[in-house]
Design a protein around this ligand. Structure first.
Ligand code: TYM
Length: 337
């Protein structure tokens, strides 16, 4: 069980198990989670309630949920230091989500770009959950009084609306919620598809330029070799006019820890072909131990279930404190003991 210290700030983040983890979610989010675990009290959920805002195959959702837990651990998120749990195992998320709905304006939700994108892509299923998604995410964050939310660039707007909801609630009832700040990496906050550097690398859509953390080395190499670039020859970071090459430079920088100018210097005069090969190899070597460790962990289901039980228990206890406070503030009656 993770031991939390009163002197440390709190972190909360999550990922939907709506597809397998991608290199984008690793570089944009998980890599940071691993680096923050010693300095913060960290809580990470597998956001299965968010996943069903888009139709899921139930058996596959269950399977991916467990794989995602194994991957969190294999990526270095130590269950003895971090609280790891499944969102639907802690009912307080839905409960606080309902209360926060009553403190969220429809006009605010109408401005969410992810809702607009997703409703365009899932025009046959524009359900209320998809619309209300940012409120549930606000509940995820506020329940734990999180100070920091490490996410990729695409989630920044959701953290901002969470702050707005918290500020509104605090304005009425006093300081109930901590206002969270997004924590977005300076490199790799938006990893683009290798096949289409105009769009974000994405797990849930049909993205042939997506690298999954469990992909085989030969598939990874093939995707990097086919990566879309431009008709020039210079390896230069310019995310406006050289999107493909800039994406590869960012990936290489994030994976190796080298700065972008150092990467440009290292590959000055080198051809695109050999650069793609080097980036692909670096990614293969990064992912190899994670894939092996994920497979090893998945063979030990009893251990994974223990991690989940203890995570849900610890999360539920923290969440209950906040929910109790909220219920009292809004005027819900509790019988005298
Ligand atoms: P999700 O599941 O879409 O993505 C998980 C995390 O990975 C980041 N990410 C990326 N970063 C860089 N480049 C990419 N191509 C890329 N793709 C994904 C995302 O920014 C995110 O940090 N709503 C959230 C899940 C969630 C959550 C929360 C996050 C639920 N509750 C509470 C924080 C706090 C989502 O859909 O992320």
């Amino acid at each position: 069980m993770a031991k939390f210290s009163k002197d440390k700030k709190t972190i909360l983040s999550g990922i939907k198990p709506s597809g397998e983890l991608t290199l984008g979610s690793y570089i944009g989010a998980i890599r940071n989670w691993a680096s923050l675990q010693s300095d913060y009290n960290c809580i990470y959920c597998i956001a299965d309630m968010h996943a069903i805002t888009v139709r899921q195959d139930p058996a596959l959702l269950r399977k991916r949920t467990l794989i995602q837990l194994a991957q969190y651990i294999a990526c270095g998120i130590d269950p003895d230091k971090n609280v790891l749990f499944i969102q639907s195992h802690v009912p307080a998320h839905a409960e606080l989500g309902w209360v926060l709905n009553c403190y969220t304006m429809v006009g605010e939700l109408n401005r969410m770009t992810q809702f607009k994108d997703k409703s365009a892509r899932h025009a046959d299923n524009i359900n209320a959950g998809l619309y209300d998604y940012p409120v549930l995410m606000a509940a995820d964050i506020l329940l734990y009084q999180a100070d920091l939310v490490p996410v990729g660039e695409d989630q920044k707007q959701h953290v901002e609306i969470c702050r707005d909801i918290a500020r509104r609630f605090n304005g009425i009832y006093g300081n109930v919620f901590t206002l969270p700040d997004p924590y977005i990496p300076s490199v790799g906050a938006r990893v683009m598809s290798l096949a289409d550097p105009e769009s974000k690398m994405s797990k849930s859509e049909d993205d042939s330029g997506c690298i999954l953390l469990l992909d085989r080395p030969e598939d990874i190499m093939a995707r990097f070799k086919r990566a879309v670039t431009d008709s020039e020859t210079e390896i230069r970071y310019d995310p406006v006019s050289k999107k493909g090459i800039s994406n590869l430079i960012s990936i290489y920088s994030a994976v190796t820890g080298k700065s972008i100018p150092d990467v440009e210097r290292e590959f000055a005069g080198c051809g695109y072909g050999s650069f793609k090969q080097t980036v692909g190899e670096a990614v293969v070597e990064l992912l190899r131990p994670m894939r092996e460790e994920t497979e090893r962990l998945l063979a030990d289901r009893a251990y994974l279930n223990t991690v989940l039980a203890s995570g849900a228990d610890q999360a539920a206890r923290i969440a209950a404190r906040t929910l109790g406070k909220v219920y009292k503030k809004v005027g819900f009656y509790t019988a005298d003991k």
